[in-house]
Design a protein around this ligand. Structure first.
Ligand code: 13P
Ligand code: SF4
Length: 376
């Protein structure tokens, strides 16, 4: 069973300090206690923070980045403990890529990713079996999983000649895949797959949507045979909030402004954007722009607010694309109380909320992740 499927919200090692006493701890007190525990642990701990994380915990990150950068940080880290300010699949990647004696920790085990949950191993196995009724998938289809997926799906890709991608290397990974087999099965994010395929020159009609809840994905044998990319019907609930109307309304008021979006956004939004790329790309593009530039940004709110504050002094204005608040609510579960609880336990010699991927699964997932690191 995947370690990403239902897990208890808090898992305490024997002798560990229970979470209950932290639940109502005032934020200010948590912050000073986290700093003290971090200082006590020194180089024994490294804290990795994804760009979508809220500032109150993000400030403790030793390294921040997008999914690709953080997976490299995890692989290169020398620390005994890797504490992930991110979501479950990121802590799994840290466990897979780090040495066996290193320990990966997710401060709140309920910090999952709703998109990752849209593809499961039984459903992908069924898809592979159904594709075998029409073609020979192990010779004709490269399975590509977005890093936003459970470890068992990365293992599936490792086992079937496939690979992992992130939003910053998806184009290169599709090149790698097509150099080996004529078709790609891309899961779980249809939008990253479609946006990347289209940029590579694949017409929309050769990218079909596989609905895992329908027999044969809801497709005919002919549709499958003519497809270059079979896209899994998954999406990010945060990025699907962005719409073409939000862009056109903003452009009417800011005719010289620039629009930049994350490729988890819809095809229509990406087509209307001036730039499309991962969180790391978005930060770099805004940072490199001329003073006075106006930006409309289609990605998670915490990152957009951070950019707005960071570049205000340079006269750049950075505005969030959606008209309503849309944050990654699961990532937000990593709050100061949980971080304080994890850090004080580590400082007292107790590991809580360790993320462990079973060895056989990790071995195969590592194959797919290593292919990605080598190809990007
Ligand atoms: P990146 O970190 O690759 O930009 O992806 C964003 C995301 O949704 C992480 O879950
Ligand atoms: Fe998952 Fe979307 Fe949150 Fe990224 S922003 S972790 S894809 S739910």
């Amino acid at each position: 069973m995947s370690t990403s499927t239902l897990v208890p919200q808090r898992e305490s090692a024997a002798g560990a300090i229970p979470f209950d006493s932290y639940a109502r701890l005032p934020e200010e007190e948590c912050l000073s206690r986290i700093a003290a525990a971090k200082a006590k642990l020194g180089k024994r701990v490294v804290i990795l923070g994804h760009h979508y994380q809220q500032d109150h915990v993000f400030q403790f990150a030793d390294f921040s980045g997008d999914s690709l950068k953080l997976s490299r940080n995890a692989a290169q880290s020398e620390a005994e403990y890797i504490v992930f300010l991110g979501v479950h699949f990121m802590a799994e990647v840290a466990d897979i890529l780090s040495r066996p004696e290193q320990i990966s920790i997710l401060p709140d085990l309920s910090a999952g990713c709703s998109m990752a949950d849209m593809a499961t191993l039984p459903k992908v196995n069924r898809c592979w079996r159904e594709l075998a009724e029409v073609l020979n998938p192990d010779e004709e289809v490269t399975p590509v999983t977005y890093i936003n997926s459970a470890a068992d799906l990365k293992a599936f890709c490792g086992e079937h000649g496939g690979i992992v991608c992130t939003s910053s290397n998806a184009g290169r990974i599709l090149d790698w895949s097509f150099a080996r087999r004529g078709k790609v099965l891309f899961f779980p994010d249809q939008h990253l797959g479609r946006n990347t395929g289209y940029r590579m020159g694949i017409p929309l009609e050769r990218m079909v949507l596989w609905d895992p809840d329908q027999p044969m994905g809801g497709l005919t044998a002919e549709q499958i045979k003519q497809a270059k990319i079979i896209l899994w019907k998954g999406f990010c609930s945060v990025h699907q909030m962005f719409t073409p109307q939000q862009i056109t309304a903003w452009r009417a008021k800011h005719p010289n402004g620039k629009v930049i979006s994350h490729p988890e956004s819809s095809f229509e939004v990406c087509q209307l954007s001036d730039y499309v790329g991962s969180t790391e790309y978005i930060i770099k593009t805004v940072a490199d722009s001329a003073p006075g530039t106006e930006w409309l940004v289609g990605t998670e709110l915490n990152l957009v607010n951070r950019l707005a504050n960071q570049f205000k002094a340079e006269g750049k204005t950075v505005q969030f694309m959606a008209t309503t608040v849309c944050m990654c609510s699961t990532m937000a579960r990593i709050d100061p109380q949980h971080l304080c609880w994890v850090m004080e336990n580590l400082a007292a010699g107790h590991v809580v909320n360790r993320i462990t991927v079973p060895e056989r699964e990790a071995e195969l997932a590592r194959v797919a992740l290593q292919r990605m690191l080598d190809a990007s």
